[in-house]
Ligand binder design. Structure first.
Ligand code: G6P
Length: 608
């Protein structure tokens, strides 16, 4: 949700911190702040709003320093205000924090009784005073950090500096990701390696419960007792280009147009001779899949829509009982998980708190295996699952998820085919499905060429306050995804219904003010959808139908048909999602909203 960057160097680190922060801003963007140590004193600058506000402040009043930390915030405790922005400080100590300190109230009482004065309403400020308290008692920064993490409960990625020990930075990770970046004569900390792309590609990820220390000379990782532990160094293959907008106006439109390549990348190396390679699920795949008798999926947001599509596929094609559930519901209702369940979590970031807790809960049961579909290789969900299938979509920066969703569908289709093969799907049928998966990237490319059509369509929606999306079967979650995109970034209220439910309620809403958008490919449900649409037309509703060019739908007064390439029932959800992404994007651009960073939202939701 929030983003952290830290640096210890022999040069001024403020520009490095600000550049890193800009790369993380998509994660949270209601305020930002920086603290550096200069001449043995802490210098603080914080501003409400985006990183650009902080940058402007630093132009007006520069804060150079060789040790510094910074943060971009998405408010949890306390309104977005300067006093609640990170870093939080005590006398000599400055702290940035992602996550939630659960026992902050009792710690606050204790620290107030000791004479520490609080400036903010945040949970984080207790950490600054607690570290200071231990330093005041004679400990050095490292000892103070060790003592502090023993007192706090909850989830955290913490980075702490002390003016008394310039050139030193302490890190702690529990429940929120944190990594160290290794430079030459300088070292870095970040909540996401993306932030460090312009300074280093050598990354060490902290494990759950780890503490870390960086100086200009090196780094160390240790456990809660202060014992040194070894963590592997990774070479990040992110390039600055991969995380920049390039020629595009927004990250969202770049990421929509990334999809043909991203989809091809998801398939790369996983298909051979027209069949899915079981090895794409790792060396234990055969043994683990052999046990599977049923499938349970959990996810949040857009990823949950991918799971809903997969639920249709897994029952219809793989013939296994399957259920998808929102992770936030699953984790608190003590669900019955039968033995031999394949537990699949789906997450772009791999750090969504509810999804991670759902996995941890599921792992207490007798699973056949846990599998994650994910886009972040070093994430918590990947580390904690038996099997990880990476989507290889490349970094996704727009808060509204696009290429992560379509590549999740691609990855889920691969898993489904592996399950189906073990459950009677013939080699010929598998080859037919694989062929259609291989064709999807090209079909998405064809849809992208119709961008101007979607732009014109968007002009007809900008004055609307509501919209209804309809689909049937696996296209119902596609309608949900279309509605979610529109509401997230254009703030138009949009709802999705299974088309068959129309007459059980939502039809009452249909009049000339309610555009109805239907995704109706040429499948076995086409005739059913056509009659649902007649119900809308008969009530004066304005219809927009995305349909196969060959399906015989014609535009007429009140009905606009947008022709789509002929795909396969398996890949229709991938192909038909793309025009809905474009439509939402153009409506938002025309309305002038903040497309990449819509109000109140965050990219990676690491709190429940
Ligand atoms: C947030 C994002 C969504 C995303 C959801 C789940 O709400 O804004 O775009 O779908 O989290 O995130 P995940 O990383 O688990 O897919």
């Amino acid at each position: 949700m929030c983003g952290i960057v830290g640096a210890v160097a022999q040069r001024n680190v403020t520009p490095i911190l600000i550049e890193g922060l800009k790369r993380l801003e998509y994660r949270g963007y209601d305020s930002a702040g920086v603290a550096v140590i200069a001449d043995g004193r802490l210098q603080l600058a914080r501003a409400v709003g985006k990183v650009a506000e902080l940058e402007a402040l630093l132009v007006a009043t520069p804060r150079p320093g060789t040790t510094g930390i910074c943060h971009t915030r998405w408010a949890t405790h306390g309104v977005p205000a300067e006093r609640n922005s990170h870093p939080h400080v005590s006398t000599d100590v400055a702290v940035v924090h992602n996550g939630i300190i659960e026992n902050h109230e009792e710690l606050r009482e204790e620290l107030v009784a000791l004479g520490y004065q609080f400036q903010s309403e945040t949970d984080t400020e207790v950490v600054a005073h607690l570290v200071q308290h231990y330093i005041d008692g004679g400990k050095d920064l490292r000892e103070a950090m060790l003592a502090t993490v023993k007192r706090i409960t909850g989830a955290y990625a913490l980075v702490v500096i002390s003016a008394k020990e310039p050139g030193r930075m302490l890190l702690a990770r529990r429940g929120s990701p944190l990594c160290i970046g290794i430079g030459v004569g300088e070292n870095f900390a970040a909540s996401d390696a993306t932030a460090l792309v312009s300074v280093t590609s050598r990354i060490v990820y902290l494990d759950e419960g780890d503490l870390g220390e960086i100086t200009t000379d090196g780094y160390a990782v240790f456990d809660r007792e202060g014992r040194a532990v070894i963590r592997k160094e990774h070479l990040s293959n992110l390039s600055a280009g991969a995380v920049d907008k390039g020629e595009y106006r927004h990250f969202m439109i770049k990421e929509i147009f990334d999809q043909p390549t991203a989809l091809a990348n998801t398939l790369e190396g996983r298909i051979n001779g027209g069949r899915v390679l079981e090895a794409c699920l790792g060396p234990r795949a055969a043994e683990l899949l052999a046990r599977v008798k049923r499938v349970r999926l959990v996810a949040c947001g857009t990823s949950a829509h991918a799971g809903l599509v997969a639920q249709y596929w897994i029952e219809q094609i793989a013939k296994l009982p399957c259920r998808i559930e929102l992770a936030s519901e699953f984790r608190y209702r003590d669900p019955v998980i039968e033995p031999d369940t394949l537990f699949i979590s789906i997450s772009q970031s791999g750090e969504t708190a509810d999804t991670l807790e759902a996995l941890r809960h599921a792992k207490t049961k007798q699973l056949a295996a846990s599998l994650v579909i994910c886009n972040a290789p070093e994430s918590s969900l990947v580390r904690e699952s038996d099997i990880a299938l990476m989507t290889h979509a490349g970094p996704e920066r727009s808060v509204a998820s696009t290429k992560a969703f379509t590549t999740q569908l691609m990855a889920l289709a691969l898993v489904m085919l592996l399950l189906a093969r073990r459950n009677g799907l013939s080699e010929d049928q598998e080859r037919r499905y694989v062929k259609s998966l291989e064709a999807a990237a090209r079909q998405v490319d064809e849809v992208l060429k119709e961008d101007a059509v979607l732009q014109r369509l968007a002009e007809r929606l900008i004055a609307k306050e509501h919209a209804l999306f309809l689909g049937r079967g696996p296209m119902w979650p596609v309608a949900m995804e279309g509605a979610l995109k529109l509401k997230e970034i254009s703030y138009i209220h949009a709802e999705a219904y299974a088309a068959g439910e129309l007459k059980h309620g939502p039809l009452a809403l249909v009049d000339e003010h309610m555009p109805v958008i239907a995704v109706a490919p040429d499948g076995h449900l086409l005739e059913k959808v056509k009659s649902n649409l007649q119900e809308v037309k008969a009530r004066g509703g304005e219809l927009y139908v995305f349909a196969d060019r060959e399906a015989g739908f014609k535009s007429e007064p009140g009905v606009t048909v947008i022709g789509m390439p002929h795909a396969d029932e398996l890949t229709d959800p991938i192909v038909y999602t793309v025009p809905l992404q474009l439509l939402a994007y153009h409506v938002a651009v025309l309305k002038g909203t903040d497309v990449d960073q819509p109000r109140n939202l965050a990219k990676s939701v690491t709190v429940e």
